[in-house]
Design a protein around this ligand. Sequence first.
Ligand code: THU
Length: 134
Amino acid sequence: MTDAQLMAAAEGAREQSYSPYSHFRVGAALLTKSGKLYTGCNIENAAYPATVCAERTAIFKAVSEGEREFSAIAIVGGKEGETAPFCAPCGVCRQVMAEFCGKDFRVLLGNSAHFEAYPLDMLLPFSFTEKDLS
Ligand code: THU
């Protein structure tokens, strides 16, 4: 799967966003090293902290199905009704990526017309991981 196809999958996942409170719609598409695709959207809740981001929806779907090795995630987000320009992953999602994804994991940000790839190591330097607990 190409990076552009992964971005397009994230745009498709964004269509499912459940965001009646923020009206900020996010989609994510996660690629496993074996080439499988898992998508996710943000899912909000009237009790705001119960909300889950699109990235974690995709990652948790994959991990819950036994996947452990990932190569890239595409993220598309923005206000409802607007073309999503650029949405950076929140700190919690970066931490979850660090749990399951290597430093070479690529994070694609933007939209299918224009996007850039960033290594996870750039988005979350000096991360706290299992190594710190050993
Ligand atoms: N959101 C995501 O889904 N991913 C991010 O990385 C940033 C924020 C969602 C959470 C919430 O539903 C809405 O965007 C506004 O914060």
